[in-house]
Design a protein around this ligand. Structure first.
Ligand code: SGN
Ligand code: CA
Length: 523
């Protein structure tokens, strides 16, 4: 759709609605697909069993995998700015951060007056809703119904914001979001209209508090320690300066649920008690401490070396993280069952993804932000019966700015010219990457100074190589992902890399021009 047509269709909204009203009267159902876009927070690809990582094998996600097995799995899907708000803004607009204006988490609210995917769908007769994490500071626009978590949201008894109030709801956040999504699906105002539902989980975000039913799920599981857990960041300047190390930077109380001694119900360092224990009832707090007591007592039963503590922390982190994944996976199962029960499954596109990737101990880290593979990558599965063949593998380079154009394409709606992403519909429907598909991706992380002290950087990635510029201190990094998939060996400036560096530099500048990045952001 060109700009003219979109302005026209927005201006004609009442006419469009009237048309759809007529459709409903003639009882002719709209055959365009529904979309349920399920997005969790911080879900590492390593923790989605369909990808075959050892962690996923130990702690499987059968329901999420079901989407991929019945449809497609994306192997090279990436983020344009690996942090929550910016990723969400890119998904809503189909544009890079410098274009949609939401470049950092806490800087300013999302400009909800701009063109977005839900607005276009709505103008074209879709009923739209967002339920769960929003994290864009602004009030959602383009949605017939919205119910969003306050800020990051709490795991227990979270507050939800609606147009009229902010209310604390008793329950576990993942279960509440699932319930409210099903209720919305049940009570849609016009069932003849196709719908677009954004179901946004808070989990698996820090501080990883599982549902009570999962407190013990992985208590006795030992997860495999990544080979580079004790990375010393040689040759990687920005990596040396981060503050996202599991054994140095995690808060022992808040994150790791460690207590002051044997039989203690007092957490070690917890800077935000109001956002954790403070949200639980007294009974919930008691059951929480009781569930962790045996493990916490065991920790205090003997002296441990630095290395033993570092590895104990890794296990505690993974046990809680995967406990949170379990409830998200159950939620996906619930929704898939709901669709089947109601017959909606046949004409509903179901997507499961996350706002960005995450570290599960690689380089010693948790969190994200870096353009390294674990956080830059966005695991994703997608199901659409009769359109996507079961077991499809999408290998082409796709990015979160592509989601909006792809959904519009799948719904038969023209894609506005100013969206920067490209529809990957033909990749997912054919299972092949066409020759003319993009060969490189652009990335830019801006939030510095900020949480975890990750230096701002931009970069380019091809299937094989990655070039990154940490421009605050003018440091470059270059990786050959074929020989160094865990990005331990920065080969920038090494003899023999001149040609590839030159090529990647040109490609980077080409992308910056293509995406119309202002000069001051290309330094
Ligand atoms: C919180 C977290 C950080 C995290 C940011 C952004 N601390 O501030 O660890 O990097 O959110 O995450 S917490 O202890 O308060 O949870 S994002 O996914 O929303 O971008
Ligand atoms: Ca996130």
């Amino acid at each position: 759709m060109n700009k003219k047509r979109i302005t026209l269709s927005l201006a004609l909204l009442p006419v469009v609605s009237a048309l759809y009203g007529q459709k409903a009267q003639t009882d002719k159902p709209d055959s365009r697909p529904n979309i349920i876009f399920i997005m969790s927070d911080d879900h590492a690809r390593q923790a989605m069993s369909i990808y075959g990582h050892p962690i996923g094998k130990i702690a499987p996600t059968p329901n999420i995998d079901r989407i991929g097995n019945e449809g497609a799995t994306f192997y090279n899907n990436y983020c344009c700015n690996s942090i929550s708000g910016p990723s969400r803004a890119a998904i809503l607009t189909g544009k890079h951060s410098h274009k949609n204006g939401f470049m950092k988490n806490w800087a300013k609210g999302f400009d909800g007056t701009q063109q977005t995917l839900p607005k276009i769908l709505q103008a074209n007769g879709y009923e739209t809703a967002v339920i769960g994490k929003w994290h864009l500071i602004s009030k959602p626009t383009g949605f017939d119904h919205w119910m969003i978590l306050n800020d990051q949201g709490d795991y227990y008894n979270p507050q939800f914001i609606t147009d009229t109030d902010t209310v604390r709801h008793p329950g576990y956040v993942t279960d509440l979001i699932t319930q409210y999504c099903e209720e919305w699906l049940d009570n849609r105002s016009d069932k003849q209209k196709p719908f677009f539902l954004m179901m946004h989980h808070k989990a698996i975000h820090r501080n990883w508090v599982p549902a009570e039913r999962h407190y013990h799920l992985y208590e006795d599981t030992t997860f495999p320690l990544p080979d580079n857990y004790y990375d010393t960041y040689e040759g990687r300047y920005a990596a040396q300066l981060q503050k996202m190390n599991i054994y140095r930077d995690m808060y022992e109380g808040h994150d790791l649920k460690m207590v002051t001694g044997i039989d203690s119900d007092t957490l070690l360092y917890d800077p935000w008690p109001h956002a954790f224990l403070g949200t639980m009832t007294d009974d919930e707090q008691r059951r929480f401490f009781d569930a962790y007591r045996k493990r916490n007592n065991d920790f205090h039963s003997r002296k441990r070396s630095f290395k033993e503590v570092a590895e104990w922390k890794y296990q505690r982190y993974l046990q809680d993280y995967m406990g949170c994944v379990a409830s998200v996976d159950e939620s996906v199962g619930e929704i898939l069952d709901y669709l089947k029960r109601t017959g909606l499954d046949k004409n509903t596109i179901v997507v499961y993804t996350t706002d960005q990737g995450f570290y599960l101990g690689e380089h010693g880290w948790f969190d994200k932000r870096f353009m390294y593979e674990e956080s830059f990558g966005m695991p994703m599965v997608m199901r659409w019966p009769d359109h996507i063949k079961p077991g499809t593998k999408v290998e082409g380079l796709t990015q979160n700015i592509d989601f909006a154009p792809t959904f519009l394409d799948m719904c038969g709606i023209d894609v506005p010219d100013d969206m920067q992403g490209q529809s990957f519909r033909r990749l997912v429907e054919s299972g092949k990457t066409p020759k003319d598909w993009r060969k490189s991706l652009y990335y830019h992380y801006y939030e510095f100074p900020g949480f975890h002290s990750v230096r701002a950087h931009y970069g380019v990635k091809t299937k094989r190589y990655k070039l990154m510029h940490f421009y605050v201190d003018d440091k470059w990094e270059l990786y050959d992902l074929e020989t160094d998939p865990t990005e331990m060996n920065n080969i920038y400036g090494k003899p023999g890399t001149e040609k590839i560096t030159d090529e990647l530099m040109k490609e980077l500048r080409k992308l910056q021009t293509q995406y119309d990045v202002p000069e001051e952001l290309c330094k």
